[in-house]
Write a protein that binds this ligand. Structure first.
Ligand SMILES: Nc1ncnc2c1ncn2[C@@H]1O[C@H](COP(=O)(O)OP(=O)(O)O)[C@@H](O)[C@H]1O
Ligand SMILES: [Mg+2]
Length: 336
């Protein structure tokens, strides 16, 4: 690779804590199928539905190096394909016959490839995350790449103005159709060239597994956290929020301070209030903000009481003895 390819190229590997439940395998499998047949794919869904994680996971499975671009309102097409980076001046001094001095000076325009051109040239996988944040004019260059597999380049770049896209080039897009701030409507022509896979919130099993994998908490506590977040989400006041990110935050903070997930624990209740505060504001009752009360009810409903001591099965005598003695001998914690 030359100087133009000093751009960041990622080598992605399957992440150890990436959760693959049947739901995830299903979505990823469809995506790989369509890419295999030569089509770009587009994960479309609300925030926190795992679009970026899925794009990375699918890209890792393709086994090619990855170029990652984040959509940006400020982008022009040169931010994608490259542009003129300056001028190069060369000077040749010929004094073969020492009494004669011949000088030649030439100035040529310098072109620097940008990430999209590099991906097309070497057959990398492009992940264009949140591509609707870029203006449609900037994304126009994608039309011929995806359809004719030709990248049209300005004259300033040496060559014939076209670059044949490498056969291994593939593209994965993500976007959030519910985002209302800082996004642009996409041209139909571009949408028409990709296969859009709608993703929604993960199913219950997947959310618990992700919370567990990302926090390291036991399954039981991860489940209670997911129960709280899902119950709160069901109130339906805030565009599908709180998302899996809230579950991961709660789980990680509890794990980090070796805390408990219990309604009777004021520190845990406070943590829930802090993490879910922004979503609480939209819950009202008789015109009053009632989010925190609703949240407290939900925590009480979803969290099992602190580990209760119950007799070991089949050891009734020991249990009744110990009850009389008020001791915890032969008792085990019900909840791990
Ligand atoms: N299958 C998965 N396994 C592990 N973590 C996941 C998985 N899907 C999503 N996550 C985690 O959930 C959070 C939100 O996912 P992300 O892909 O960023 O969502 P989006 O791009 O839709 O907003 C991130 O922390 C991400 O790492
Ligand atoms: Mg994302």
């Amino acid at each position: 690779m030359n100087e133009a390819e000093e751009l960041t190229v990622l080598t992605l590997e399957k992440k150890a804590n990436f959760v693959e439940t049947p739901y995830i395998q299903g979505v990823a499998g469809r995506a790989l199928d369509y890419i295999g047949a030569g089509y770009p794919i587009h994960f479309s869904g609300p925030a926190g539905t795992g679009k970026t994680a899925l794009a990375m996971h699918v890209a890792a499975q393709l086994g090619r190096q990855v170029i990652l671009i984040h959509g940006d309102d400020e982008f022009g097409s040169s931010d994608l394909i490259g542009g003129q980076t300056g001028y190069r001046s060369t000077k040749v001094v010929d004094n073969y016959i020492h009494s004669v001095l011949k000088q030649e000076e030439s100035v040529s325009k310098q072109w620097g490839d940008n990430r999209l051109t590099t991906a097309c040239k070497y057959g990398f996988t492009l992940i264009y995350d949140e591509f609707t944040r870029s203006r449609p004019e900037a994304n126009n260059v994608l039309l011929s790449i995806l359809e004719e597999r030709l990248l049209e380049l300005p004259d300033a770049r040496s060559g014939d103005g076209y670059l044949q896209v490498h056969p291994h080039f593939s593209a994965i897009f993500t976007s959030n159709p519910e985002e209302y701030a800082g996004v642009h409507k996409t041209q139909d022509a571009l949408m028409d060239r990709m296969i859009t896979i709608k993703v929604g919130h993960h199913d219950y099993e997947t959310e618990v597994a992700i919370t567990q994998a990302k926090s390291g908490l036991p399954w039981r506590q991860s489940k209670s956290i997911v129960d709280i977040v899902r119950e709160f989400r069901k109130l339906g006041v805030n565009n599908g929020r709180p998302t899996i990110r809230a579950c991961i935050m709660l789980g990680r903070i509890v794990a980090n301070r070796k805390g408990t997930v219990a309604a009777s624990d004021p520190t845990f209740r406070q943590l829930c209030h802090d993490v879910l505060n922004a979503d609480c504001l939209k819950v009202t009752h008789d015109g009053q903000v009632a989010g925190l009360e609703r949240l407290d009810e939900i925590i009480a409903r979803c969290c099992p009481p602190l580990p209760a001591l119950v007799p070991v099965a089949g050891d009734k005598k020991a249990a009744s003895d110990s009850r009389r003695a008020g001791s915890a001998v032969n008792l085990v914690a019900e909840i791990g």
